[in-house]
Every structure is written in structure tokens, then in C-alpha cells.
Design a protein around this ligand. Structure first.
Ligand code: FE2
Length: 396
């Protein structure tokens, strides 16, 4: 009898692993577990651009583990360019290593794809199945849409099953493959139509009230240029750049930044109007993206916070002063006033019990202390600039 039960259970397990629909259903079902804590908070940790392989960089693992232990999030989202590795077995090992710090702590996790994940011989669909086999909450809401893993994860109210907040996971694609096009891919019209219809259905579940939301995707929207840079009347060699037919300054206005801009922003060259769709629906209060590894700016674009989460990965190109993970704290009674902070590697390394400096080949505590001092000085100067901008807003 015991053998028969064991055989039946094994068969069910195999069927679940082999059937994408069953796995997707399981993921949707698990997402129902996302719920505000009794104290009205919900914490989301963001890991961007790990770019790692089957043997994960020790400092990346340590950064994730120490950040998770310090912040104890309710959900982790991987923001794309997660693994860069060739071959099925190595891909499985890479995703295992990448998600192990989270799974070991029993924390639910989700992911979006970046532009590099599928550049190593496996399709997005094939890689996605591996994520799902590790219990990833991301599911493919409509496989007919552009991209893989477009979905919404509602966060339920602490005291009822009403959706109190919503998380949009969007595949912003890889490279633009439209005929004659160049640059990065973009969020297509069919994805935006699905977003609008799903948001409307969610509002209906919420008694007709729009459910406040955040968007998580890999690549930033093109409007970041309008928000950060100066529009110029004509091109000037080496001082201007052109994007979507508009001429901008080559560098952003420092006073518009909150955080660091250490490399050029890289949105797609063409666009189907994602920001306009967000504004039409009126649910999105913030968007988080990776892609530009060194940047950590937070910018208001038409009332929506656009936030670049820098890379967490040693394997990725990075800036030591910014390398870290994002932490969002949502408040159930006031969703628009969420908290966001960047948990930096240097800050964790300076903690009393940190293991980061004892990893072979890692920098010393003195190095990380130097970074902290430099960061503190730069941020003080930024704040002065922003104060000046508030006092004299018409100057820039
Ligand atoms: Fe990347």
C-alpha cells in the first residue's frame, strides 16, 4: 500500500514538473500567499543584474545572504540579466545558486528577464521552466504576448483577501528585432493592452477602486531622458545626443538626480507608450529597473518614481560605491508613501558580524570604510544641489 502511495505521489510530481500549465497554475496559486504583515508592511528586496554562472561569485552570495538576514523581506524579485551561462546543466546550477540564499530562508521569489539571459543558447521559455521548477512565483499570464513571464502578483490586505497592492512583472525584451530597427527591445502594445485589461479586472475585484501598483522590468522607459537631461535646440558635437528624434544634453542635470548617474541611460530606441498606459490606468506609483549597472538614481517622471537598481553582481561590470540590492517597504494604509533604500555592499561589509571581508580576494574593511566616507560626502553635495534647485527652480 505504501509503495502504491509513493508511486502515485511520484507520478503526480513528474506530471507537475512536466506540465507547464500545471506549474503556471501552481505559481499563480502560490502568489495568493503574498500578503501584508499584521503590522501593515510588506518588504520587497530587488536583486538586479547578477550576470552570474554555475559557480556564483562568493561576494554576490554573501551580499544576498547578509542583506536578506538584515532586512528579512517578504518577497525577492530578480530584475533580469540574472544568469549568463551556456548549457542546460550549467543553467540549472546557476539558477540553483542564484536562488539558493532566498530559498534557504523560505522567502518567496519572482523574476523578470533581462536582455542577456537568453544569449547563451537557451530560449527564454526553456530558462523560465527552470525558474518555475525552483518555485519562482512569476508565471506567464498570456503566452501569446511579447516576452515571457508577463504577470501580476497581487499583495493581499493583512486582514482580508482583497488585493491591497499589485506588482507588475514585465518582460521588456532583449534586442529590437523589428525590420530595420536597432537598439533594445521595448514593451509592446499587446503587453500594454493586457496590462490595461488586467488592471481593470483587478479594480473590479477591489470594489471598482484602482489597486495601487509598482512595475518591475529590466529596461528603463525612454522618458527618463525628458526627466534627467536638458532638451537642446540643435545638435552640438560631443555635447548633445539624439533619442527618438529629440536632441538632449550628453549628461543629465545633476540637481534632478537623487542618487548616482555613472553611465548613460539605455532605454529602447522605439516605443509603444508604456508611460502613457501607466498614466491612463493610474495605478503605477513607481517603476524599478536594472540594466544600467552603475546607476542608482530615483527620478520623478510625470508623478511616477523611476528607480534604477544597480547591479548586485561581482561578475557584472559595476561601481563599488553603488553595488548593492534594493529594498522597498510598502505600507498598507498609505501605499503611495513607500520607503526605498539601497542596501550597499560596503555597508554590509562594515557590519560587525559580516563575512564579506573574510572572503579570499575581497577588499579590506578600510576599503569599504573609504567608500562609505566618499559616498557620504557626495550625497551631502547632492542634497545641497537639490536644495538650491528647490529654492531656484526656474534656473534649470
Ligand atoms: Fe546587465
Amino acid at each position: 500500500m505504501k509503495k502504491r502511495i509513493a508511486a502515485l505521489l511520484s507520478m503526480l510530481l513528474v506530471l507537475t514538473l512536466l506540465c507547464p500549465a500545471a506549474t503556471a497554475f501552481a505559481a499563480q496559486d502560490a502568489s495568493a500567499a503574498l500578503r501584508f504583515r499584521a503590522d501593515g508592511t510588506f518588504k520587497i528586496m530587488l536583486f538586479a543584474d547578477a550576470h552570474d554562472d554555475d559557480v556564483m561569485e562568493p561576494t554576490t552570495t554573501a551580499l544576498m545572504e547578509e542583506a536578506l538576514d538584515r532586512c528579512r523581506p517578504d518577497l525577492v524579485i530578480y530584475l533580469g540579466d540574472n544568469t549568463c551561462v551556456r548549457g542546460y546543466d550549467k543553467q540549472v546550477q546557476a539558477i540553483d545558486a542564484l536562488t539558493r540564499p532566498v530559498r534557504d530562508r523560505g522567502i518567496p521569489f519572482a523574476m523578470v528577464f533581462g536582455n542577456h539571459d537568453d544569449e547563451f543558447g537557451m530560449t527564454r521559455e526553456e530558462i523560465f521552466e527552470i525558474y518555475q521548477s525552483f518555485g519562482c512565483l512569476t508565471y506567464d499570464a498570456d503566452p501569446a504576448l511579447h516576452g515571457v513571464g508577463n504577470c501580476s502578483l497581487p499583495v493581499l490586505a493583512s486582514g482580508s483577501d482583497t488585493p491591497a497592492f499589485n506588482l507588475w512583472l514585465i518582460d521588456s525584451g532583449s534586442n529590437n528585432e523589428d525590420e530595420g530597427a536597432s537598439g533594445y527591445d521595448y514593451v509592446h502594445e499587446d503587453q500594454l493592452n493586457w496590462y490595461k485589461a488586467t488592471a481593470a479586472a483587478l479594480a473590479e475585484q477591489n470594489g471598482g477602486k484602482t489597486v495601487p501598483a509598482m512595475v518591475f522590468q529590466h529596461i528603463v522607459i525612454p522618458e527618463i531622458y525628458d526627466a534627467l537631461y536638458v532638451k537642446m535646440p540643435r545638435p552640438i558635437e560631443k555635447l548633445t545626443q539624439e533619442r527618438l528624434g529629440t536632441i538632449y544634453s550628453i549628461a543629465p542635470v545633476m540637481t534632478r538626480l537623487n542618487g548616482y548617474w555613472l553611465e548613460q541611460c539605455c532605454p529602447p530606441d522605439v516605443y509603444d507608450g508604456e508611460l502613457a498606459a501607466w498614466k491612463e490606468v493610474g495605478d503605477v506609483i513607481a517603476e524599478f529597473h536594472g540594466h544600467d549597472h552603475k546607476n542608482s538614481y530615483e527620478v520623478d517622471v510625470d508623478g511616477i518614481d523611476i528607480i534604477n537598481v544597480p547591479t548586485c553582481g561581482e561578475a557584472a561590470y559595476h561601481s563599488d560605491i553603488n553595488r548593492g540590492v534594493g529594498l522597498i517597504t510598502l505600507h498598507e494604509d498609505d501605499p503611495a508613501n513607500y520607503d526605498y533604500e539601497l542596501i550597499r555592499l560596503y555597508d554590509l561589509a562594515l557590519q560587525k558580524d559580516s563575512q564579506i571581508c573574510s572572503i579570499e580576494g575581497t577588499e579590506s574593511k578600510a576599503h569599504y570604510f573609504g567608500l562609505k566616507v566618499a559616498d557620504t560626502i557626495v550625497m551631502f553635495l547632492f542634497r545641497l544641489c537639490r536644495l538650491y534647485y528647490r529654492i531656484f527652480p526656474k534656473i534649470l
